[in-house]
Write a protein that binds this ligand. Structure first.
Ligand code: FAD
Ligand code: PHB
Length: 399
């Protein structure tokens, strides 16, 4: 029996990954007249329901507004002026508006994803979900392509002018850069986060980042009725060892229940998971006609809320650069992408590492004194507070 022929499809940009970076890139390219095909290994529902990031920095919100994607965000997201930094007996508010004139918005990644999918579906975007065997080919030639097996088991090929790897930390794109042409930097941390989602009104108006001798804790939120909270736990922690009662008790201790009359209100836990923490950068973010964006190129620990924002910043740079090349024939912005994007990547990598190192306990009493000294300086000096605020609320795209 002769094998069935490979189904061929042609597009200008083949985008691997339908997460926020892939779908936003497809949207920004379409607005510039560049057509694309998105390839995704999971189902549309699975991608839409992954509980991940929750904070959008100012430049992310600005970009989503400019792209016409912020209708629901503007109606439903909560705008925050800043955050609280806390350690035993002390809680300090950092007011980003007073310090930098910028704010952040609480709007879950699940909601950003829904808005992106709705916009792309309305525009007739080609997306292949539930594909397998994704493989990248001929990236150093003028005719790159991606092969895969579709949901029905048929072999397919998308021929493109450019391939963009938006396939996150476990996708094949970053490894498609030959070993001799790539360099990686990596740091793992000796702790993880236990995160919960709870059906209870937040006990705080803005996020609380808390240093505590038992370990870091954070109080975040998704809406006026849904709270998101995190606890520092050792690597290898089994989520089943943490009953809901044990989690709420640890959160109450670390977040300072009773301190100055503040109360943490517990509620039904609807999701519970352990997240390992890693800093990772791979360079260059471009090889031949392959470009990397978002988690495919870099990963940050979540303490500074930078992962999703960095993914948005990458594609915010890449979309006009690819349009300049594919529409106007000017390759220079695309050639500069890797270097320009990397400057911001390292800034956010440093900030995420710094927030993580300042707030998580290592068990070393010397480190603890340094952390407390640093926290006091950040909370009480305008220079210290402005440095945190500027990085947290986000540097302009292209920084
Ligand atoms: P992703 O969202 O990972 O999307 C990549 C897509 O590529 C996925 O849909 C994946 O299924 C697809 N893909 C993978 N392999 C293939 C393949 N072979 N073929 C086709 N498609 C493929 N950031 C924060 O700021 N705050 C947080 O609290 C936070 N929590 C997080 C929790 C977890 C568990 C994780 C993993 C990340 C978290 N992040 C957080 C980071 C943030 O969610 C990411 O930075 C963001 O999702 C990056 O978007 P992306 O589109 O680049 O990658
Ligand atoms: C979240 O709400 O999930 C969140 C917020 C801020 C962070 C990390 C995660 O720094």
């Amino acid at each position: 029996m002769t094998p069935s022929p490979v189904l061929e499809e042609r597009t200008r940009v083949a985008i691997i990954g339908a997460g926020p970076s892939g779908m936003l890139l497809a949207h920004l390219l379409a607005q510039r007249g560049v057509e694309s095909v998105v390839l995704e290994s999971r189902s549309e529902e699975y991608v839409a329901s992954r509980i991940r990031a929750g904070i959008l920095e100012q430049s992310t919100v600005d970009l989503l507004r400019e792209a016409g994607l912020a209708g629901r965000l503007d109606r439903e997201a909560q705008e925050h002026r800043g955050i609280y930094l806390q350690w035993p007996e002390e809680r300090h508010h950092l007011d980003f508006v007073a310090l930098t004139g910028r704010t952040v918005h609480v709007y879950g990644q699940t909601e950003v994803q829904k808005d992106l999918v709705a916009a792309r579906t309305a525009a007739g975007q080609r997306v292949h979900y539930e594909i397998g065997d994704t493989a990248l080919h001929d990236l150093e030639s003028d005719h790159p392509s991606v092969t895969f097996t579709d949901r029905a088991g048929r072999a397919r090929r998308v021929a493109a002018e450019v391939v963009v790897g938006c396939d996150g930390s476990f996708g094949p794109s970053r490894a498609a850069v030959p070993e001799a042409a790539r360099r990686t930097w990596e740091k793992t941390y000796p702790y993880s986060w236990l995160g919960i989602l709870a059906d209870v009104a937040p006990s705080t108006d803005e996020l609380i980042y808390a240093w505590h001798p038992d370990g870091f804790a954070m109080h975040s939120m998704r809406s006026s009725t849904v709270s998101r909270l995190y606890l520092q736990v050792p690597n290898g922690t089994d989520v089943d060892d943490w009953s809901d009662d044990r989690i709420w008790e640890a959160l109450a201790t670390r977040l300072g229940h009773g301190q100055d009359g503040w109360q943490l209100t517990p509620g039904p836990v609807t999701e519970k998971s352990v997240l390992p923490m890693r800093s990772f950068v791979q360079t260059p973010m471009r090889h031949g006609r392959l470009f990397l964006a978002g988690d495919a190129g870099h990963i940050v620990p979540p303490t500074g809320a930078k992962g999703l924002n960095l993914a948005v910043a990458d594609v915010g740079l890449l979309a006009p650069a690819l349009a300049a090349w594919l529409v106007d024939g000017d390759r220079r912005p695309a050639e500069a992408y890797a270097e320009t994007a990397l400057r911001r990547v390292w800034r956010c990598t440093h900030f995420s590492w710094w927030m993580t190192s300042m707030l998580h306990t290592s068990g070393d009493p010397f480190d603890a004194q340094l952390q407390l000294s640093q926290l006091r300086w950040v909370a009480s000096s305008e220079a210290g507070a402005t440095g945190l605020a500027e990085n947290y609320a986000g540097l302009p795209i292209g920084f």
